[in-house]
Design a binder for this molecule. Structure first.
Ligand SMILES: O=P(O)(O)OC[C@H]1O[C@H](O)[C@H](O)[C@@H](O)[C@@H]1O
Length: 541
């Protein structure tokens, strides 16, 4: 298929720029000793200058260790690296996933123009074809979702998928459970540990269950093992592979995949496709989002897409200085490579967002946890921070001790909703007060001569404020994170869209599994051989 040119040659790695050297000097002179409290005292306009409006999201970045001079250098860095041209090239369909020679076009999945106008003006043939495919698949998938919602016989939907084929839908369905369809339970199964699927199946009846097998490749070992086990369960309880039988497999299984042939070979006739230009961790907007569409309906799914599209437009068109994904991505580089902060804590003050950290771990760490640049050269600097977290206020009673008083500085991202989900009097104000208090405590600290009670302060945090947790806000929030990862990954000179680092372990597991039965330890390292022999002292089954 024809795609736009390969623009790798236009990239400049961050450490090969003048701005990088200038930032190093700036860090030595001012960055290392920067105190946010002094910055507020010196600049009454600081809150406004470091606030950023974006679609559905308002960000307060004022409690970070940056000032105008720092940001000016970071914007210069972005420009020298060629961020704007690279961003535009991604949107135009260039093969920014260079190690797999693939375009990166998940944004097309949420572009309403694809449905309204068909082919965009001036789009390449490749993009025009992709847009047609998107529209056809989206209509079919949403019609199917509505038919499942209207089907009173189906009470339980079991989505089997892992990584990008599980985390996004599971996170979104949890976040939007308030608008979930009554009478439909959506379950997610990822782990190859039979405890997970077994526990879900225990409460189900085959005639009331729809299985969705979600796998981009339709080869992922965990998903295939679980899908085959689900199939066995279904057939053992009266299901049949015959189309005209009373309980046909074809009616109770659907597949979401780029590998339609493999799904058909499995016996699944209802399939919804997507394409190699949708990375797994960017795929919840595609057919992989079918469990979401069943849970919340086609209209709300459309609102999720529209929120993400609004953020796409902001990222494409806002000047760098007022561009929220850009400002956050640059902050990530500043913290990781100059301050040397190794992790970032995600603290959503929202029970609905309880799976957000897990989702972001894949999005950020699988995208940017790389050690070589796009040409395969070893990088002399760190890339992705560790991303972790738990919803507030739970985290406060667990690990916030370390964030307030531990040796490491850990920037925190507070996610706060103006309006809470359920109207239980008093809960939401208390939740919000806690988020604001934590951010305040981290920054201001509190002097005490007793070292145990001393809070050093000057601990950075950001606040992302949403009106409420609705589909549009959630779509915008997720797209914000996607683009932020693009920005920092671009500056670091890495390919944010491959994941070669997951391959070796998969291959070794394939080699080890038969050895658990045979006991053959030939050629294994001492530790693996020792553990294998110990495990064989009793049956592993
Ligand atoms: O959707 P699948 O092909 O089943 O892949 C599921 C997941 O497994 C892979 O190993 C990758 O690490 C992920 O990026 C991917 O999302």
């Amino acid at each position: 298929m024809e795609v736009q040119g390969d623009i790798r040659g236009d990239r400049v790695r961050c450490d090969h720029t003048r701005a990088w050297s200038a930032l190093q000097a700036h860090f030595g002179q001012a960055g290392r000793t920067f105190d946010v409290r002094d910055a507020f005292a010196a600049d009454p306009g600081r809150y406004a200058a470091f606030s950023q409006e974006a679609p559905h999201v308002f960000a307060d970045l004022s409690r970070n260790r940056v000032d105008g001079a720092t940001e000016a250098l970071l914007f210069a860095l972005a420009r020298e690296c060629g961020l704007e041209a690279y961003r535009d090239a991604m949107f135009a369909g260039a093969q920014v996933n260079s190690t797999e020679q693939r375009a990166v076009l998940h944004h097309l999945l949420r572009n309403p123009a694809v449905a309204q106008e068909g082919q965009a003006q001036g789009a390449s043939e490749f993009i025009a074809n992709a847009e047609r495919d998107v529209e056809a698949t989206r209509s079919a998938m949403l019609a199917y979702a509505e038919s499942v919602r209207a089907d009173a016989q189906i009470t339980d939907i079991v989505s089997i998928g892992i990584g990008g084929s599980g985390l996004g839908p599971a996170m979104v369905v949890a976040a939007l459970e308030d608008i979930g369809t009554p009478g439909k339970r959506v379950h997610f199964v990822s782990n190859v540990d039979g405890m997970e699927l077994g526990t879900v199946l225990r409460g189900l009846r085959p005639q009331n269950t729809l299985f969705l097998v979600a796998s981009k490749t339709f080869t992922t070992a965990e998903t295939m093992v679980n899908a085959h086990a689900a199939r066995e369960w279904f057939l053992s309880l009266g299901g049949s592979t015959e189309a005209d039988a009373p309980l046909p497999l074809a009616r109770h299984f659907a597949a979401l995949t780029t590998n339609i042939e493999a799904a058909r070979a499995f016996g699944i006739t209802t399939t919804f496709g997507f394409w190699d230009w949708v990375g797994g961790r960017f795929s919840l907007w595609s057919a992989i989002g079918l469990p979401i569409a069943i849970a919340i309906g086609a209209e709300a799914f459309g609102a999720l897409l529209a929120g993400a599209h609004a953020m796409d437009q902001h990222f494409r068109h806002a000047p760098l200085e007022r561009n929220l994904p850009v400002r956050l991505g640059l902050l990530d580089v500043w913290y990781r490579n100059f301050h040397g902060f190794t992790s970032r804590c995600i603290a959503p003050y929202s029970h609905g967002l309880r799976r957000l950290s897990a989702y972001l771990q894949q999005l950020e760490m699988e995208s940017n946890g790389k050690g070589v640049d796009w040409q395969g050269r070893a990088l002399p600097y760190a890339t992705s921070p560790v991303v972790w977290g738990e919803p507030g206020t739970n985290g406060q009673h667990a690990f916030f001790q370390m964030i307030h008083q531990g040796h490491d500085v850990i920037p925190v991202e507070f996610i706060v909703l103006r309006r809470g989900g359920r109207d239980l009097p008093g809960h939401h104000p208390r939740l919000v007060a806690n988020a604001l208090a934590q951010a305040q405590a981290l920054m201001t600290g509190r002097h005490c001569d007793d070292g145990h009670r001393h809070f050093s302060g000057n601990r950075p945090s950001s606040v992302l404020l949403l009106e409420q947790l609705d589909p549009a806000s959630l779509g915008a929030l997720i797209a914000l994170y996607e683009h932020r990862v693009f920005v920092s990954g671009m500056l670091w000179g890495i390919n944010s869209f491959d994941q070669w680092g997951v391959e070796l372990g998969k291959q070794l597991a394939t080699n080890i599994e038969p050895r658990l039965a045979s006991g053959d330890v030939a050629g294994l390292d001492g530790a693996t051989a020792g553990l294998l022999q110990r495990l064989r002292a009793g049956p592993v089954r």
